[in-house]
Write a protein that binds this ligand. Sequence first.
Ligand code: TMP
Length: 207
Amino acid sequence: MIRGKFITLEGTEGVGKSTNLLFLKDFLEHRKIPTVITREPGGTLLAEKIRHLLLDPDSETITETAELLLVFAARAQHIKHVIEPALAQGNWVLCDRFTDATYAYQGGGRNMKISTIEWLETTIQGPLRPDLTLLLDAPIEVGMDRAQKRGKLDRFEAERLVFFERVRRAYLLQLELNPERIKLIKANQDLPDVQRSIADALRVFLR
Ligand code: TMP
């Protein structure tokens, strides 16, 4: 059995990850590649419970350390019970966010130490890293507008603009540090153009 590939989608709020994840799935399945769609935080029963704790806007104040550890606790479950088994069975795993989000939100947004995140990444993931990451990037105002139209804001969405500016900057730094793995997709264009860029990146990856 040939191991599948691990593809992640990243970006700030409201850049269109969900829609484009489905596009990605169709694109691959059209080429007879079996896919499994999942998300972080979440993907298993326990990890989805942790997601609920993390996003609940009415929660007590969650310390930055607790937030970081909850994110990685969910990730440990997700890797063991969903991602690794699916890859081993030859599926391509398409994941809505992964550890680049931790560098962006906890590292950039919350100013947590990068060395702590790196230590957790190595400890919890071992050698597992995405094979390809599509970073959907748009000015913060564009995405926040879309997020606000979706209804009540979750604990992250309720953050201020400067928080998301830091998150976006940290994502772009991840891109700079990992140019081979991360591909930038400009998300503030019409959907057909965004999807054309995604298809182009996929075609290069499949070569
Ligand atoms: P979303 O997947 O619906 O966009 O929401 C998940 C939220 O969780 C999003 O605001 C980003 C946040 N998050 C982190 O802060 N750190 C992480 O490592 C991950 C995966 C998500």
